[in-house]
Write a protein that binds this ligand. Structure first.
Ligand SMILES: Nc1ncnc2c1ncn2[C@@H]1O[C@H](COP(=O)(O)OP(=O)(O)O)[C@@H](O)[C@H]1O
Ligand SMILES: [Mg+2]
Length: 249
């Protein structure tokens, strides 16, 4: 393990703190138990969430790398910390949807749980003040947030993540309903997957019972939040036979 000295706090978000290190191109991300929803209106602590989201992300990102998706992840340092490549976050949240839910259902009047005939990639402007409004790629280019080439790459990588994650979770008895990704650019201009993949940023439904195993339990006061996060960590890190994951592809 490469221990780095934690330097100044660079960014503090709702779920994580990002620190500079003694290495110019590396940060330490510290995951918090804080949970927020509805644009910060609803706030609470979810016991163990920081450690669980750190562990889930640290488990998935190296496998995504192997599947050809460059990421910011370098290594897990402790229960709640990981070492990552420092990136400039592109302020465009990328959402991939397999099944109608959440804001998509609301906006379009499509019943939650309706399967989509192909994955839908949506883009939002990453702005808490504005409530992460839906945009299109023209908006992102016109406002200088990303170049057309970066957006093409981002869509390609998002669909690669989708192609990896859907069978991965299916093999573990979980339907991946939708998920949110963030991308950043490294010092040498490479677009890489950053941030996290966790029950905070994905919708996971149990394949058998359709029970929600994600942040919607907190958003919608469904109870059992901690248990759902623990259950997702258990399933993500569960050893599944290759043949089983192939069956469900
Ligand atoms: N490798 C990285 N380099 C720089 N910033 C990052 C990296 N990974 C994630 N971030 C940023 O860290 C901040 C803190 O994360 P988080 O608490 O999830 O923020 P938010 O409240 O915006 O969701 C976010 O702005 C996120 O985009
Ligand atoms: Mg976040």
């Amino acid at each position: 393990m490469t221990q780095r000295t934690r330097g100044e706090l660079k960014y503090e978000g709702k779920a994580k703190r990002v620190y500079a290190t003694d290495h110019e191109h590396e940060y330490i991300v510290a995951y918090k138990d804080d949970a927020t929803a509805f644009n910060g209106v609803k706030k609470a602590q979810i016991g163990g969430k920081g450690a669980i989201n750190n562990a889930i992300t640290a488990h998935l990102f190296p496998q995504l790398e192997q599947a050809g998706v460059p990421t910011h992840f370098l290594e897990k340092l402790s229960d709640t910390e990981q070492r990552v490549r420092a990136v400039t976050i592109i302020p465009v949240e990328v959402i991939v949807r397999n099944v109608a839910a959440g804001s998509f259902s609301k906006r379009l009047g499509i019943e939650e749980g309706t399967p989509l005939s192909r994955p839908v990639v949506e883009y939002c402007y990453k702005s808490d003040a504005l409530g992460d409004p839906l945009i299109n790629t023209d908006t992102a280019v016109a406002l200088g947030w990303a170049t057309p080439a970066q957006l093409t790459r981002i869509r390609e990588l998002a669909l690669q993540v989708q192609a990896f994650l859907v069978p991965y979770f299916a093999a573990r008895g979980v339907r991946l309903i939708d998920f949110k990704l963030e991308f950043g650019t490294t010092a040498d201009g490479e677009v890489v997957l950053a941030d996290e993949i966790s029950p905070d940023t994905c919708r996971f439904w149990d394949a058998q019972t359709s029970e929600k195993l994600d942040k919607d339990r907190f958003r919608r006061d469904l109870g059992g939040v901690e248990d759902a996060y623990s259950e997702m960590l258990r399933r993500v890190t569960q050893d599944v036979e290759e043949s089983k994951s192939r069956e469900v592809e």
